[in-house]
Design a protein around this ligand. Structure first.
Ligand code: AMP
Ligand code: MG
Length: 506
């Protein structure tokens, strides 16, 4: 008799004990599961046995066809403001939490399946997902991770062998998603709506234990939790802005308590720099445009504050005042992180990276440096310059070759004038120029998940050829290292690619 190790060392999630916040839900059976991708790096972080995961039993477990030992699959309840209007009951309509795992650092992570069949929250939906959109989650999650941006990630995508009805019939798939948790702003909205203080408090205690344990030491732990969420979300949105990422559907159910990026349906990387950039087919008013993301995230955090008010103080006026004070720090935090990031993108000294520059020098130059940032963005916007290519090309200017950057501007004279001011500022910093250029290349990616490349790879995968997805993820896994032979991954979309449109609920 052989004793097989279990696939996953699940720990029971405390979330399941929160009355009314989840519903047991058995994943659907699938016809012919076939592993499309397994994320070996992430599996390693989770201490999982990749050979076991690739075995027939492992692949069946990764779709939920066979519920793995120790799992208690449950759909999580949440509410959400979708494009500003409140839906009191959304929840995982096509997803289940399988359980919690501890990663190699001892940190709990959720393992969750998406596209695994209808749940009690499915409403009119079929509970299913197609190969293209689930591989999109894999590609975008890995791209964000490699850029150093907190994100949920795909452990695996498994084709089900079943067809999914969308505009056309498409091959179905299940995504095995790993997140530091799936708690959302909408989870708190739902808990608050239940009107049971024990549940709301239990959810907050669970979130503290899971994400912000230091809050336990604070004078006011729930306010400290709110403050941590404001801080991590301010940081997250600043980082998105610095790489030109447009999330596309920042409903409160898609905003995590952990500060990780979640739900990659309509997201995309901006091409020409324009704060009004929108890709989503349904975002007619531009609510979730690139430039609106900070403001809309703060709006979403105000909805979190409303849900948490009873935890702050029994006196509502006092609770509102406490929440407002914290919420008002959002913009300052976001702008500070963005400003430091922008300075780094331009090779200007930042507090942490250059101990040879004292804080007084930094402060003296700050207004001029802010003008450099604003003026460059103004030129890029006026001349519709591609965001990623432009920032990356700036290091060549520092190395003495302005041509790649100049070539991006239809009217390069204005760029030349800006560049002269900028090089002058760099010369006053006194750091060797080659070190500055190298530092810039460590923060300005050469490879991002460009829209035409993502579409090309997903179309090929839908037709059965996974090579383009595998290659793309490999390229995106080292976004800052320019490598010979990968030139096409660094180029903007061909002119005939046209306006890029993305979709929710795919
Ligand atoms: P999303 O746009 O992916 O954030 O999903 C918004 C809500 O719709 C969530 O409650 C999802 O669970 C639900 N949903 C999206 N697609 C489906 C589907 N095919 N079947 C059931 N529920 C779905
Ligand atoms: Mg969602």
């Amino acid at each position: 008799m052989s004793i097989e190790a279990p696939l996953f060392a699940f720990e029971r999630s405390g979330f399941l004990d929160l009355e009314g916040m989840s519903a047991r839900s058995t994943p659907a059976k699938v016809s012919a599961p076939e592993l499309l991708v397994l994320n070996d790096g992430l599996a390693g972080e989770l201490g999982l046995d990749v050979d076991l995961l690739r075995s027939p039993a492992g692949v069946e477990a990764l779709t939920g066809h066979e519920v793995p030992d120790g799992a208690e699959p449950a759909a999580q309840a949440y509410a959400g403001h979708q494009f500003g209007s409140y839906s009191p009951r959304l929840g995982d309509g096509r997803a289940v939490l399988l359980g919690e795992l501890r990663d190699a650092d001892g940190v709990p992570r959720d393992l969750h399946l998406k596209g695994s069949g209808r749940t009690p929250f499915a409403r009119g939906g079929d509970g299913l997902a197609a190969v293209g959109p689930m591989l999109r989650e894999y590609v975008m999650g890995e791209a964000m991770h490699a850029l150093g941006i907190p994100t949920t990630r795909a452990l695996a995508v498994v084709a089900t062998g079943d067809q999914v009805a969308r505009d056309t019939m498409l091959p179905g798939a299940v995504l095995a998603r790993v997140a530091s948790s799936h708690l959302r702003v909408g989870s708190f909205q739902y808990a608050a709506s239940l009107g049971d203080p024990v549940v709301l408090r239990g959810l907050a205690d669970h979130a503290i234990a899971r994400h912000h344990p230091a809050a336990v030491e604070a004078d006011h732990r729930y306010l400290a939790l709110f403050e941590s969420v404001v801080t991590t979300q301010a940081s997250l949105v600043a980082r998105w802005m610095l790489v030109g990422f447009v999330h596309g559907v920042l409903n409160t159910d898609n905003v995590t308590i952990s500060g990780e990026t979640i739900d990659f349906g309509p997201c995309a990387f901006m091409e020409a720099f324009d704060p009004a950039t929108v890709f989503s087919s349904i975002d007619h008013a531009g609510r979730y445009a690139y430039g609106n993301q900070p403001q809309i995230t703060q709006w979403n955090l105000a909805r979190l504050a409303e849900a948490m008010l009873p935890l702050f103080d029994p006196d509502t006026d006092r609770a509102v005042a406490m929440a407002t004070e914290v919420l008002e720090t959002f913009e300052v935090r976001m702008r500070a992180e963005w400003a430091v990031g922008m300075r780094a993108k331009l090779g200007l000294p930042v507090p942490a990276d250059d101990s040879t520059v004292d804080d007084a020098t930094l402060a003296d130059d700050a207004p001029a440096d802010t003008a450099l940032v604003e003026d460059l963005l103004g030129l890029m916007r006026a001349q519709r310059v591609e965001f990623t290519s432009c920032f990356r090309a700036l290091s060549s200017v520092v190395r003495g070759d302005p041509d790649p950057a100049r070539a991006l501007f239809a009217e390069p004279d204005a760029f030349d004038a800006w560049s002269a001011r900028w090089l002058d500022a760099l010369s006053r910093v006194g750091r060797p120029l080659d070190a500055t250029a190298d530092a810039m290349d460590r923060v300005n990616p050469v490879y991002v998940a460009r829209n035409h490349l993502v579409e090309e790879a997903l179309a090929a995968a839908t037709a059965g050829d996974l090579d383009p997805v595998t290659r793309l993820v490999d390229v995106l896994s080292r976004p800052f290292d320019e490598r010979p032979g990968l030139e096409r991954y660094a180029e903007p979309a061909p002119a005939d690619f046209g306006r890029y449109v993305t979709f929710c609920g795919t």
